[in-house]
Design a binder for this molecule. Structure first.
Ligand SMILES: NCc1[nH]cc(CCC(=O)O)c1CC(=O)O
Length: 314
């Protein structure tokens, strides 16, 4: 007996965090599945799950600590069967999933760049000497400290509205947000400019939405195969191969970006000391079919070039 498609009587449960961006992403996955299988909206139920990372807003994430701060509760719900799929920002996802789960379905990737957000300053290059900028991202902080040691960095967390309010209050003159999230929420206008990857290499998997499932759930596997974007899969295989070999997560100062050039893949990677005193960059081009190995090889290269003690997090 083949499993039936979901229906209003037996909807497919889509698990997500409750932030505006996470909800948008869950609705986008629903739209894709509705389109692929000609199903009504009621064939899907969006289940909001509270996660630890969203409840502690007053501390930098690296102090709360632990991988999967934004995902643990969602993955537990998936394992327990309380939900059938889980929607994530791939940038926030560890490279290894819990036993029994797999994360191999990606929607077409959005803009990968970081946005420069400031009420008064047009671009990163226009920041005056000694300006105060807000960011809690270890990667962005290290990249900024490396290029602009004159800047003063302050911790900055919260959703777009919270950050905009802090900027208006003068807590900082500028902050940084992924263009992907701003575009999805219809808030691209808050970014004064998008920062070229040459200036600030984005986080691994930035701009990509992933859908996680139970390995054993063949019905869901078939459904997700219909909405998976192959090129995004290739790019993330390279970037996440790089991250995996470095034993990194979204809380380590690591950047990586792969782009497809015809039949070839171009991968760039960067690792930094958290204080921005040093950075190691490397790149390579290779066959699309070698994406994951290319990522691992690039990681081995930067690891080989890193002096003793570079990896404070390892
Ligand atoms: N770590 C938080 C996070 N995870 C994904 C995004 C943005 C959307 C994306 O990159 O897909 C953000 C916020 C940000 O960096 O501005």
């Amino acid at each position: 007996m083949t499993n039936p498609l979901p229906s209003p009587a037996q909807p497919l449960k889509i698990g997500t965090r409750g932030s505006p961006l996470a909800l948008w992403q869950a609705h986008e996955v629903r739209r894709c599945l509705m389109g692929a299988f000609d199903l009504p909206e009621a064939a899907f139920e969006i289940v909001v799950i509270k996660v630890t990372g969203d409840q502690i807003l007053d501390k930098p994430l690296k102090e709360i600590g632990g991988k999967g701060l934004f995902t643990r509760e969602i993955e537990e719900a998936l394992i327990d069967g309380a939900i059938d799929i889980a929607v994530h920002s791939m940038k926030d996802m560890p490279t290894v999933q819990p036993e029994g789960l797999v994360l191999d379905c990606y929607l077409p990737r959005e803009d990968v760049r970081d946005g420069f957000v400031s009420p008064g300053v047009a671009s990163l290059a226009d920041l005056p000497q000694g300006a105060v900028v807000g960011s809690s991202s270890l990667r962005r902080r290290a990249q900024l400290a490396l290029r602009r040691p004159d800047l003063r960095l302050v911790e900055f967390r919260g959703n777009v509205q919270t950050r905009m309010r802090k900027l208006e209050e003068g807590v900082a003159v500028a902050t940084f947000l992924a263009m992907a999230g701003l575009n999805r929420l219809g808030m691209a206008h808050v970014a004064r400019s998008a920062i070229a990857p040459e200036e600030m290499l984005p986080a691994v998997a930035q701009g990509a939405i992933g859908v996680e499932r139970r390995i054993a759930d063949q019905r869901v596997a078939g459904m997700l195969a219909a909405i998976h974007d192959g090129p995004t899969g290739v790019r993330l295989a390279a970037e996440r191969g790089f991250l995996a070999r470095l034993d990194g997560s979204c809380e380590t100062p690591i950047a990586g970006l792969a782009v497809i050039e015809g039949e070839r893949l171009w991968l760039r990677g960067e690792i930094l000391r958290p204080d921005g005193s040093e950075s190691i960059t490397a790149e390579r081009r290779g066959a699309i079919s070698d994406a994951a190995a290319m990522g691992r090889d690039l990681a081995d290269e930067v690891l080989g070039r890193a002096p003793e003690g570079f990896f404070s997090w390892r």
